[in-house]
Design a protein around this ligand. Structure first.
Ligand code: SF4
Length: 334
């Protein structure tokens, strides 16, 4: 166990300040994420350094399409999550069980991760697969060392962290993909167990802080694919985050724990991409579709980056601009 960061005492309990649940945790109990525990009035992280996954991925897999395209990212995760999304694609590692109990996993020191990432030629370390907020202490320690080693820090997140956490971590964060799951607060609470508005507020906060932000939405039939929700989310991204913010709209495939809903019709994804373009978004991408993955110049339409199944096939961007018309292309390219 590692003493947790960002909490305070609250009468006969502790209050965790890491995510927007702000759990009040009594002696011997755990928070919603199940990996933070009150022991004798002190909050502990139970998953510090207990890697449940580490892989080298193409950055396109996160998905991040406007950040060092074609580069590899050393990707790590700990067990646990602060949300309970019924359709989670990583349910087996995001939800605590006997088989993924951190106590049963070996400890990996932060500098071991950074050395492995640097040695493998990765340009970044991604905190991903589960929710990095719930392994914040470890992510922060790795991030500090990553910066010293010249590596960028990438989060793939549900965006439910607190303002307190973001304020502290923003100087270390280079890039984030936030999974905005829907645009209806009741639907969000019903299927994830969390409120929607802190996530939208955090997207605005991240953008204002200058962190490179891309947004992902998994469209699930009957849950978040209504015209109101898709139009609402597209307008939010365009108006509040900026039309240069990439939006990845992904097709849902049934997961073992959520089989009652079938896969998303590809036409629904196409319609959502059209809605995004109508809202003014310059970069909308299809996910799990095997098409609509390429980047075109928003000024002249030139193909800039070609992709196939989340691998970059061509990159024509030079000095951050379109080689044909000279328009500046939003992103981090070098
Ligand atoms: S990280 Fe979130 S879910 Fe976990 S204990 Fe803290 S406030 Fe609760």
């Amino acid at each position: 166990m590692q003493k947790a960061h960002l909490w305070n005492s609250d009468e006969n309990a502790v209050r965790c300040l890491l995510c927007s649940h702000y759990c009040r945790i009594h002696e011997g109990r755990r928070g919603v994420c199940q990996v933070r525990k009150n022991v004798d009035g002190v909050l502990y992280s139970l998953n510090y350094g207990k890697l449940i996954a580490s892989h080298i991925d193409p950055i396109e897999k996160k998905p991040l399409f406007h950040f060092l395209p074609g580069s590899q990212s050393y990707s790590i995760a700990m067990t646990g999550c602060n949300l309970r999304c019924s359709w989670c694609q990583n349910w087996e590692i995001s939800q605590l069980s006997n088989s993924n109990d951190p106590d049963r996993l070996p400890f990996v020191a932060p500098d071991t991760v950074v050395k492995a990432a640097a040695k493998s030629g990765c340009k970044s370390i991604s905190y991903t697969y589960t929710e990095p907020t719930i392994f914040y202490e470890y992510a922060r320690d790795v991030s500090l060392l990553a910066r010293e080693a010249g590596l960028r820090n990438v989060w793939v997140s549900n965006g439910y962290m607190t303002e307190e956490m973001l304020d502290e971590y923003l100087p270390l964060l280079d890039v984030i993909n936030v999974d905005v799951k829907c645009f209806d607060g009741d639907v969000h609470r019903k299927y994830t167990g969390a409120k929607l508005h802190p996530i939208l507020d955090n997207c605005i906060r991240l953008k204002k802080a200058g962190v490179w932000l891309e947004v992902t939405t998994l469209l699930i039939p009957g849950i978040n694919d209504s015209r109101e929700q898709v139009e609402g989310l597209a307008s939010f991204i365009a108006n509040e985050l900026g039309t240069e913010t990439p939006w990845h709209v992904s097709r849902y495939y049934p997961q073992p724990q959520f089989r009652e809903i079938g896969p998303t019709d590809p036409g629904v994804i196409e319609d959502a991409l059209i809605t995004g373009r109508k809202a003014g978004l310059q970069f909308v991408y299809g996910g799990n579709l095997r098409r609509d993955e390429d980047t075109h110049c928003p000024s002249c339409g030139e193909l800039l980056i070609g992709r196939s199944s989340l691998w970059m096939t061509v990159n024509k961007i030079e000095d951050c601009v379109c080689p044909k018309c000279g328009a500046k292309i939003a992103g981090i390219w070098e």
